[in-house]
Design a protein around this ligand. Sequence first.
Ligand code: XMP
Length: 549
Amino acid sequence: MLSLNLFMIPRPRQAIKWLARRPGRDYPAAMPAHDRLLIIDFGSQVTQLIARRLRELHVYCEIHPAQRVDDAFLAAFAPKAVILSGGPDSVTRPGSPRPPAALWRLGLPVLGICYGQQAMMDALGGRVERGGGSAEFGRAMLSPAGAALDLLDGWFGDGPEQVWMSHGDHVAALAPGFSAYATSPGAPFAVVADPARRLYGVQFHPEVHHTPSGARLYANFVRIAGFTGDWTMGAFRDEAVARIRAEVGPRGRVICGLSGGVDSSVAAVLIHEAIGDRLTCVFVDHGLMRAGEAAEVVGMVRDHFNIPLVHAEEGARFLSALAGVTDPEAKRKTIGRLFVEVFEREARRAGGAEFLAQGTLYPDVIESVSATGGPSATIKSHHNVGGLPERMGLKLVEPLRTLFKDEVRALGRELGLPDRFVGRHPFPGPGLAIRCPGAVTAERLAILRQADAVFIDQIRRHGLYDAIWQAFVVLLPVRTVGVMGDGRTYDHACALRAVTSVDGMTADVYPFGHGFLAETATRIVNEVRGINRVTWDITSKPPGTIEWE
Ligand code: XMP
């Protein structure tokens, strides 16, 4: 099934892989105008962080799984430098993944990390050994050894450097031409290099926060490799506009499902800049939005940017379809089905588009190398518009597919979207329906909407909004007894949920202070008729999920 997410929030892993493997969408697909760095992925959990660190340095890079990078791919991609990621396999195992042989003949600067370092040593005549007593996991202290190394410029100013290790195997003998430049108690070859050939290997992970000077190491590497830092949002905008024009052609028409989220809105504004009114946006208003949200989206897209927009107000239809539906999956499926029906109808009415715009982001495109190889379990069926392009015979336009979330926000600002909009918390496709365990009724939605608005107002007043990934109220399907004034109340209870996260895949509870919580509870009970008790959800993900349903 093709998962077409009009709500641009991280989605189940299977769908991600499916998207990435669509035939005909193979790389290299990026921007020849930029110096490019290739990250060959051997399956480390933190490979994406390497790309993050490089993008922060304005270096354009792409991640590709080792299995796909052969000599021909390398030649076509034409990188200016290569990074070999870590990975769970062992180079001592026959058949374990390797960089392509041509890599060592091209004279490119190469940085090998953990497994990548071992693969480099193994390929160039060194020796790697399994496990033994030298496995290291977690923090380690690194000390300089031998001469100074350009890769470590700025390191060791205050003595040993903290790094983060995660390795079982280790390099036992260096390849000819290499020397060691730093050691840790468990890794005599923690940093190795042949500086004349610009080949570097580190046993630790410089991309994670637990290696505090890691960003400097990457900056040194890209400087050594001769990158100029030409990856800016202004440049991206111009190139993306040119690419969209080329893709859509002089007469092509595009339809874009607007969710109110940042990704679809930024995609819409960018496409509009490229093809003007040959873009039509469809906003299916299912009546499950937060307070003022629908008006804000419509106002921004139609009135501020003057983009043709169909606003399908379908709240009543969704509500009647949801009547009596209390099972979370049944809710999600009902909403997904109706959404597709309405979208299809409105798209047809808008007339004859050949392209469907989608705000796919880079983390959704990266073909991850799963350590287990198996698909992950479906925890929730996300509200995505499955199968639409095939059914409607549409081709996809995905102008954000090389960007990370924060880059999309930067692009949004570059395009003139208001800050308040660009920085908004993600919101799930099925909307408030999945924050309303039990029956979804107009009355319960109204109570939830009000309580949510108070909570978000509190968060903004206390200056916490940007420190939180997502915050919302859940209306519980229980009534509790209270006392207000001199009377008894028997009203709804609600829960506050606020988490920090980088991608929605894992999350920590935001640690509100007691004063904030007490003030918020008082405001909600006083200001929202129908709620007389406030609780706080302090579950991380896992084991909880962010949304309650
Ligand atoms: P969970 O609840 O799975 O949520 O921990 C992770 C992130 O995904 C959002 N979410 C959705 N986004 N369609 C979406 O586009 C959906 O059906 C959906 N369900 C959850 C959720 O808000 C969080 O950011």
